[in-house]
Design a protein. Structure first.
Length: 175
């Protein structure tokens, strides 16, 4: 086996990325404090051609050196908007017929490995604060909550890791 060279990867330019069809998935970052997590989510959104990201509350916005460090330019390709209140972002998405799933441990949450995502449905995934999680008001507005099954002594994941896991599951089920 030989590692591929960058020029062999058929990467899109930023302009090409902006023109191609996107996965009808919006990400909502609810008061994320880590700039590295924000940058990592941008990079994952670029990798899977996600429609866009709402940055809400205390979540920092580009341009920022520490976001750029992990985003590696994805803040230029991925569409994003800022909302002071996460609830405003959720209301907008629901008006546009997105199913809103908060990634949070709640009563009645659906386990990620048991969800069947529809190829024709638009989704929004909400990821919350690194310590407090998704705000309860946002959980209340969500159509459902998703829980990532975990079997160790810790029952939380880094938000960038959780986003990667859930995005991949949705992406692979959509076909």
């Amino acid at each position: 086996m030989r590692k591929l060279l960058n020029e062999e990867l058929d990467r899109l330019t930023v302009e090409e990325f902006k023109q191609v069809d996107k996965v009808p998935l919006m990400l909502v970052l609810d008061n994320i404090r880590s700039l590295n997590n924000i940058g990592s989510v941008f990079r994952t959104a670029d990798a899977f051609r996600i429609e866009g990201i709402y940055l809400c509350g205390i979540t920092a916005t580009p341009p920022h050196r520490d976001i750029h460090k992990t985003a590696l330019g994805a803040t230029d390709s991925v569409y994003w908007e800022y909302r002071e209140k996460t609830t405003d972002a959720i209301s907008e998405l629901k008006e546009k017929d997105y199913l809103v799933y908060s990634v949070e441990q709640t009563e009645g949450a659906l386990l990620l490995d048991q969800i069947q995502f529809s190829g024709s449905q638009k989704y929004a995934l909400v990821f919350g604060h690194e310590i407090r999680g998704v705000d309860q008001k946002v959980v209340d507005m969500s159509d459902q909550c998703i829980e990532i099954p975990q079997y160790g002594t810790k029952h939380s994941l880094n938000i960038a890791v959780a986003a990667g896991i859930v995005i991949w599951e949705l992406f692979r089920h959509r076909g």
